[in-house]
Design a binder for this molecule. Sequence first.
Ligand code: PLP
Length: 381
Amino acid sequence: MVDLKGQYEGIKEQVNSSVLNVIESTAYINGPEVKSFQAELETYLDLKHVIPCANGTDALQIAMMGLGLKPGDEVITADFTFAATVEVIALLGLTPVLVDVDPDDFNIDVKAIEKAITSRTKAIVPVHLFGQCANMEAIMEIASKHNLYVIEDNAQAIGANYTYSNGDKKKAGTIGHVASTSFFPSKNLGCYGDGGAIFTNDDDLAHTIRGIVNHGMYKRYHHDVVGVNSRLDSIQAAILRAKLPKLDYYNAARKEAAKKYSEAFKGQENIITPKIGSVCLSEMQCEHCDCHVFHQYTLKVKNTDRDALAQHLNENGIPCGVYYPIPLHNQKAYQDSRYNEEDFVITNQLVKEVISLPMHTQLDDEQIAFITSTVIDFINK
Ligand SMILES: *Cc1c(COP(=O)(O)O)cnc(C)c1O
């Protein structure tokens, strides 16, 4: 699904020397590499505060702790996402409220958010799924109308630009009150282990969060709040510093591969290629459109046994993934008697139809031709 080795070959010397420097320096925890990476990412995102932490799941949890959400508060998020999003809500004793998603971009359905708001609702967590921003303009409007926090789960869309209806642009993860991201190796900006970060433009919230990640300490050995221990280690920060200048190039390579996939699938009735907004990728006019960074390239297949297709691809040496095979509201851990199946029509359908093809920065034309023809042959057989 990913080619981490191929990508490493292109930056090997720089990564190796950066890692060796950290080892020589012995500044393994909170060393200068962490501070420099933080500052460089703030510049890249045009954001006031990046607070590095141990992983993307921690980042979400810490963001919620920083906002002071209390047990019983309701947090609305998408039914169709990785479990980490809902897991931290539940872990903090908050009440997850899962809602359906949009069939075209797989992101949280704005109308469903409005329907789910109660007097206990405190926050919305949009997930920019597969690399494409959720409808942030509408979500921020709802949030301001109902006085809610917005926490962007930006684990899959770092580097994506969200475009407002007036043409203004902002980077994914810099629009809500706070955001989280992950540097897990397969993410668009991945390190060689675990890593994550919290983003915010709010100075007070940033201060609160810097204490929370460090055992609730704002002054050494004075613990003002219950915190956690969540750090990005210096070696991972050094690797991320080597990779950050290439992020736009990596994302462009992903988009190029996505366009080639969609070109090859053009005219296939039973293959629905990813849409950007409601526009088909293969008809995209804007060469420089960067609103989708293709963390995944995800098809919907119609009139096809999706699992048999996945097996066929695997038998032909083509890795593929089903993200995600079970809606969160049907997971044992997150079942809730308040949920009705009629409220999850889209998610219930997507879990049967989606299939993600290999997506990374090293895909070549020959691989794309082999993958697409294998998919097409199976679907039309
Ligand atoms: C990867 C991911 C996370 C969790 O990140 P980790 O670094 O693995 O903890 C959270 N949310 C989404 C949507 C993700 O894809």
